[in-house]
Design a binder for this molecule. Structure first.
Ligand code: TYD
Length: 203
């Protein structure tokens, strides 16, 4: 992998703001001469599209089917987007990765850890840094209620508490926990500063 390639992942429970934050981080890095590509999972692959229908509540999928589809979608994501970009010296700023599969599809902490190993065994590349947008399940629910919009597959407090606890059990030690209740600009700047420091240390 060229020295200029880096892989940054944003994770968090629903309502933590990671889509907005990761997009803004990607834009700001581009203005600071860190050419990068924003990418999200699930992708637009056939598997990803099936998952999005399920997430919107239009179809049903068993937990086993969800896991299988997220892994298939990730293979497409890694082979068609992540690896080609990293090989070309580009940086990837990504919204969700295999930590989401472990946290969301994991029935409990032990199962979440099994799912994490399953992903690592497949040889999916490890990110240089994970940013966890930290917000309690109660606060996240309040935000989603204020924001309105369609209900999603994992949209209840008990589910979000299970997912939050799974995250805490499986996130790598080097994960940066970001206070997701802070101002958007503050959160974005905090992540960008950490990224710039990490990049400068790697040269
Ligand atoms: P996303 O589009 O990131 O929604 P949001 O911006 O509202 O967080 O994610 C869609 C949903 O997909 C989210 O509820 C988490 C779920 N998901 C999994 O269950 N497993 C996975 O492996 C991934 C990548 C996402």
């Amino acid at each position: 992998m060229p020295a200029s390639s880096h892989f940054f992942v944003f994770e968090g429970i629903d309502g933590s703001g990671k889509t907005t934050v990761s997009k803004k981080v990607s834009e700001l890095l581009n203005t600071k001469s860190i050419p990068n590509q924003w990418h999200r999972e699930p992708t637009e692959s056939v598997h990803g599209l099936k998952l999005r229908e399920f997430l919107k509540g239009n179809t049903k999928l068993s937990p086993e089917e969800q896991l299988k589809l997220f892994l298939l979608d990730r293979e497409v994501s890694v082979n068609e987007t992540i690896l080609p970009a990293l090989k070309n010296g580009k940086t990837i700023v990504q919204d969700r990765y295999y930590f989401s599969t472990a946290a969301y599809q994991g029935k409990d902490e032990e199962h979440a850890a099994d799912i994490l190993y399953m992903n690592e065994d497949k040889g999916f590349p490890e990110p240089n840094r994970v940013y966890f947008l930290d917000l309690s399940p109660e606060e996240a629910l309040e935000r989603r209620n204020t924001r309105g919009g369609q209900k999603e597959a994992f949209d209840d407090e008990k589910e979000q508490t299970r997912i939050y606890q799974n995250y805490l059990a499986i996130l790598p030690e080097s994960t940066i926990f970001v206070d997701a209740t802070a101002d958007l600009e503050e959160v974005v700047n905090f992540c960008v500063e950490d990224i710039l420091k990490l990049i400068s240390e790697s040269h």
